[in-house]
Design a binder for this molecule. Structure first.
Ligand SMILES: Cc1cc2nc3c(=O)[nH]c(=O)nc-3n(C[C@H](O)[C@H](O)[C@H](O)COP(=O)(O)OP(=O)(O)OC[C@H]3O[C@@H](n4cnc5c(N)ncnc54)[C@H](O)[C@@H]3O)c2cc1C
Length: 525
């Protein structure tokens, strides 16, 4: 073994990382910080990063970027501070933006989060890893990896000039949606019970949500309002679909549509994707107003079908999967970088445990179970059939309050309380999390059932016009969160008494259409 290797010619690396975007670069950076003597090589296939999705952080990912990676100053100087989530609804009565029902904070957010240009962020993290002494081979494609548990891993690379082979004690797969290890080893599992599709581009000339002309045109926007709408993640919501509007530093706006293919129809192939996004969104008065005069950026065209999947294996003695290489569920609520944070820290802990001579198999077995459980529970608690109800202001208002209050109370809270140790609390896996998971799964499935009944009765989205719910915002005060949860559970109970009972299984009122949707058949929106 070459004990002094620092360059690409090292014969046996301690850690080889596939993929240099956020998952890979942050794993490299944190490992180097924890143990500068580790010999780490990172292989990235692109010479530079393009703009991609993953542009909004939430509280956990905000913590990870600011405190774990130490990027607070960089983020506040080069990116936009985010001001929470906003949702815009419409129905037949909404003729213009002013009529559309809105949910969002009244004030600015209290917990740091950001709107990011991922090409800038990922480049920064990678360059910090390089400065810490991580060797970077770029551009180079890892064609395949031969795993040997407890031994040396072999990576086959294609560089600009030649093919080469390198060996490492550990390989970290941060290859994103390519899922290098999961696909090769048959661990890759699509999730057909959630057939979502996404299309996104960046735009120039999108209107400013906080513009004086808009405020004059729609005076109701300014009433009792204190915050900044333009730096929220704004969500335009329809029946079975939603679109994100994320402002980027410098003036461009990222706009992407996500649809449940059982509930909404994506326009046919003929038009360019940007035009299709415009056409699709123009059914919504808020989108129509905000996109008037805007142009999408040619060439920045992105489309992905069937978004969710997971790997049945997270790690073994000698390898770990992080970020999208491990799993992806749904972009609603922006959980992608939270997942990067938890899976990156798990990979780091495995390598550090190996460094200390601990039993890797025991730790890895535990992590394999935890990540599989976390994925499944997060999916069932938050996303299964969510698109059945997210287009109804009244139901979504309740779902949103409960989802976020539980996220603050039982996921983000541990980080701000325990620091980095909080990352060991993989979401939804502790015994205490089991009743919370069961409750979330229950209300989520009940909201979906109530929404389906409303749709059947022609009452879906009846309050999507004329309502403005400007709540004070979330923080970590336990009694405040408990109050939100109690009030929302009470409102749910009332909803069940008023109309929910009509969809209780005991009344057996499920229609053929509901059945078809549960079984995954396409339906016309
Ligand atoms: C529609 C949509 C919207 C989203 N919105 C959000 C959001 O608002 N907030 C959020 O937190 N998350 C969001 N996400 C999720 C987020 O984009 C991902 O979680 C995140 O980008 C994953 O980062 P990563 O580093 O794991 O993978 P990637 O960013 O995909 O990086 C993988 C890297 O590996 C490199 N690579 C791949 N294969 C090889 C190889 N064989 N050899 C060498 N290099 C290789 C690639 O070039 C790339 O640089 C969204 C996802 C989707 C689909």
């Amino acid at each position: 073994m070459n004990q002094t290797c620092r360059s690409e010619d090292c014969e046996l690396w301690d850690v080889a990382i596939v993929g240099g975007a956020l998952s890979g670069a942050s794993t490299a950076l944190i490992l180097k910080r924890k143990d500068p003597s580790l010999r780490i090589v990172l292989i990235e296939k692109n010479t530079s990063f393009k703009r991609r999705v993953g542009e909004a952080t939430v509280e956990v990912s905000g913590y990870f970027l600011c405190r774990t990676l130490g990027l607070t100053r960089f983020l506040t100087q080069t990116q936009l501070c985010k001001n929470g989530l906003r949702f815009w609804f419409s129905n037949k009565e909404s003729e213009n933006l002013g009529d559309c029902s809105e949910i969002g904070g009244r004030y600015l957010s209290t917990v740091p989060s950001f709107l990011l240009d991922r090409s800038v962020l990922d480049e920064e993290v990678l360059s910090r890893a390089r400065e810490m002494g991580v060797s970077i081979i770029r551009p180079a494609l890892v064609k395949s990896v031969d795993l040997y548990e407890g031994g040396e891993q072999t990576l086959h690379l294609q560089t600009e000039n030649s093919d080469k082979t390198i060996k490492a004690r550990w390989v970290i797969d941060a290859s994103g949606v390519r899922c290098l290890l999961a696909r090769k080893n048959n661990w890759y599992k699509p999730n057909p019970s959630h057939p979502t599709l996404a299309a996104w581009t960046r735009w120039k000339g999108v209107k400013d949500w906080d513009d004086a002309n808009l405020a004059e045109k729609y005076p109701s926007l300014s009433k009792n309002y204190v915050g900044i709408r333009g730096t929220a993640t704004n969500h335009i919501i329809g029946d079975g679909w939603w679109a994100w509007w994320i402002a980027l530093k410098g003036g461009d706006t990222s706009i992407g549509v996500v649809i449940d293919q059982r509930r909404a129809k994506w326009p046919p192939e003929e038009e360019p994707l940007g035009e299709k996004i415009r056409e699709f969104l123009s059914s919504h008065p808020v989108a129509r107003e905000m996109m008037d005069g805007a142009e999408y950026i040619e060439g920045d065209i992105n489309f992905r079908r069937n978004l969710p999947y997971s790997s049945s294996v997270q790690s073994g003695d000698g390898f770990a999967l992080t970020g999208d290489a491990l799993a992806f569920i749904d972009p609603f609520y922006s959980p992608g970088m939270d997942w990067i944070a938890f899976s990156t820290m798990a990979a780091v802990n495995l390598v550090m445990a190996w460094r200390k001579g601990e039993n890797i198999q025991v730790l890895s077995d535990k992590l394999n179970k935890q990540f599989a459980m976390s994925y499944q529970r997060m999916f069932e608690a938050l996303y299964l059939n969510k698109y059945d109800y997210l287009g109804d202001y009244e139901i979504m208002r309740l779902g949103f309050r409960l989802d976020i209050a539980f996220y603050y109370s039982f996921i983000a809270y541990f980080l701000f309380k325990d620091g980095e140790e909080g990352f060991k609390e993989i979401p939804f896996t502790s015994p205490q999390a089991t009743p919370i998971f069961a409750l979330m799964r229950l209300y989520n499935s009940r909201f979906a059932a109530i929404a389906r009944k409303r749709r059947e009765d022609g009452r879906f989205g009846r309050l999507n016009s004329g309502q403005r719910d400007l709540f004070p915002g979330f923080n970590f005060n336990r009694s405040f969160l408990l109050k939100i949860i109690t009030k929302s559970l009470f409102a749910w109970a009332l909803l069940e008494i008023k109309e929910g009972w009509k969809s209780w299984p005991v009344f057996n009122l499920n229609t053929a259409n509901d059945q078809a949707i549960e079984e995954g058949e396409p339906s016309q929106a």
